[in-house]
Design a protein around this ligand. Structure first.
Ligand SMILES: Cc1ncc(COP(=O)(O)O)c(C=O)c1O
Length: 451
């Protein structure tokens, strides 16, 4: 048994021996029970200290095998639609769901089991009133879902535009203007519960939700909260709960947990009745998984290495975010491959090899100060299916096994079979370092999805 090198997994997680790792299928996502336990137990601790509720945002990570851990530590799950909601309901706890717009059958089904349903606009709320009333008719209050509205605080500090929910063109949540506009008609539907004089059959909104963070620390939340309170603070008296969304990187070592707790305490002081929710995705499974991959070919001249894994198919955020994952060679996991200078991306206007050398100095040199330099890429036809430029402490050879770090989040939930590239297996690394194969994917999975 060897400890996981440095910090690709959260502290205390152990790796099986290299011999065991070599016997596993490739490519494969290996999810660590010990690392998930570390992340989720820390989130529980934070929730208890802050007296708030903590949900798993399944869009980042969800896996039936992890259900016991989610049940043990978290208050429930949040979903982006009917399928994730069903998966969350099967896990247990509170099932929250938000979608920018619902389909009729989807909403009908959600109304039968969801704990909290969020609407994106007054328009959606208005459109679905007849369905909601029909579906909930005669159902006691205790068995009805709660309803909330997603609002857009109009402020965020997310630099990557496609991950910023508060751009001027955002369709995610109501801007203060849209929210205020709808109030002329719907003001009375925001309330903490039916008044004795009011018909309890009438659906009402008793919570607000915003999501404006991405991989950020509590100082950003403080600034977003200030804007949120400026616009919507007056309504907190009139609702039972407030959801502060996801993007809180709570399980990262430098996260300021004390500040987060102070911010939530401040909200409690402002509105003692208010129930506060956080719904992180990444933080629940940060550094809790590796992607194992094998070197298929090494070109000693171009320094291109083709792997049996693909950025485009198996780690799409590497291209979308974009970012360059950390990499280790299996036979020397103490030595992480290094990333020389800038991240290699084909989005720049590189037209020839001289250009490439200018943009990424040293990129094409085989070895720099004894370190072997390679461009790791996938086996697809996409020219930009490049994971990045790395330096290893020895030449790579066919059959080498690489470990990609932090691959539990936004990886297998988003993967695809472009070019017919096989999906990586799903492996579960038990705390005692034994490994269970959860699923191998084959041709059948590929062809059945294509009809
Ligand atoms: C509404 C909502 N909640 C929660 C999350 C989870 O965010 P993260 O995985 O960054 O914590 C997201 C991510 O996009 C989101 O859109």
């Amino acid at each position: 048994m060897i400890y996981f090198p440095a910090d690709p997994l959260t502290p205390g997680a152990l790796l099986p021996t290299p011999a065991v790792l070599r016997s596993l299928p490739s490519p494969a996502y290996m999810i660590s029970e010990a690392a998930l336990d570390y992340d989720m137990s820390l989130l529980r601790e934070v929730a208890d200290r802050a007296a708030c509720k903590m949900l798993l945002a399944q869009k980042a990570f969800t896996m039936p095998r992890a259900a016991d851990l989610v049940r043990k530590y978290l208050d429930g799950t949040t979903a982006s639609g009917i399928f994730e909601a069903k998966a969350g309901h099967a896990i247990g706890g509170e099932t929250h769901v938000y979608s920018p717009a619902y389909g009729e059958e989807e909403l009908r089904e959600l109304l039968s089991f969801a704990h909290t349903i969020l609407f994106n606009s007054w328009r959606e709320w208005e459109h679905w009133q007849p369905l909601i009333r029909t579906e909930l008719a005669g159902r006691p209050q205790s068995e009805r879902p709660r309803f909330g509205l997603r609002v857009n605080p109009g402020y965020s500090e997310v630099e990557t535009l496609i991950y910023n929910p508060c751009t001027p063109l955002s369709r995610l949540g109501m801007t203060p203007e849209a929210f205020n506009l709808g109030l002329s008609r719907w003001d009375s539907s925001i309330r903490r519960g039916p008044e004795p004089s009011q018909c309890s059959e009438q659906p009402y909104i008793d919570g607000l939700h915003f999501h404006a963070l991405c991989q950020q620390n509590a100082d950003v939340l403080e600034r977003v909260l200030e804007r949120f309170l400026n616009h919507y603070g007056a309504f907190l008296e009139r609702v039972n709960w407030l959801n502060l969304g996801g993007g809180h990187h709570i399980t990262r070592p430098d996260y300021d947990i004390d500040l987060l707790i102070r911010l939530i305490e401040r909200l409690h002081k402002l509105c003692p009745h208010l129930e506060i929710y956080l719904e992180p995705g990444e933080a629940c499974a940060l550094n809790a998984g590796l992607l194992l991959a094998t070197v298929l070919d090494v070109d000693p001249v171009s320094r291109n290495v083709i792997l049996d894994t693909s950025a485009a198919c198996h780690m799409p955020d590497v291209l979308e975010m974009p970012y360059q994952p950390r990499v280790w060679l299996l036979d020397n996991p103490a030595a992480e491959a290094t990333v020389p200078g800038s991240t290699l991306r084909l989005s720049v206007s590189v037209t020839d090899r001289d250009d490439l050398e200018t943009t990424y100095p040293g990129c094409l040199r085989a070895a720099v100060d004894g370190a072997e330099r390679y461009v790791l890429g996938g086996p697809t036809c996409l020219a930009g299916d490049i994971i990045g430029l790395y330096e290893f402490n020895r030449p790579l050879v066919r059959g080498d096994i690489l470990l990609f770090g932090d691959m539990a989040i936004y990886s297998f939930v988003k993967n695809n079979t472009f070019n017919g590239i096989p999906l990586p297996a799903l492996l579960w690394l038990n705390s005692d370092t034994t490994v269970d194969t959860i699923k191998n994917f084959g041709y059948r999975d590929f062809i059945e999805r294509l009809g």
